[in-house]
Design a protein. Structure first.
Length: 84
């Protein structure tokens, strides 16, 4: 695990240019290597119908477990409403 690396994990359909801009902004802000992973997975299992939101605790836990790789920090990029 690198103490100087952040992995951005995109779960959804984002414009590639926008993702690259986010990665560059994170790199400039924190002065560390930033890698970008684009994943397209079904996140419906995280949806809580009663709240009409996605369970952020479970979703972010799974992102960390499945996509963290060798990064010190992993950040999930999503375009849905989460509750924590």
């Amino acid at each position: 695990m690198s103490l100087h690396k952040i992995t951005l994990v995109s779960l959804g359909y984002f414009d590639r240019k926008m993702l690259e801009q986010v990665a560059k902004a994170v790199q400039l802000q924190y002065g560390v290597e930033v890698s970008l992973r684009e994943e397209h997975v079904d996140i419906n299992k995280y949806f809580d119908a009663g709240r009409k939101q996605y369970n952020g605790n479970l979703l972010l836990r799974d992102i960390d477990q499945h996509y963290a790789s060798d990064a010190h920090k992993t950040i999930g990029l999503l375009s849905v409403d989460l509750f924590i």
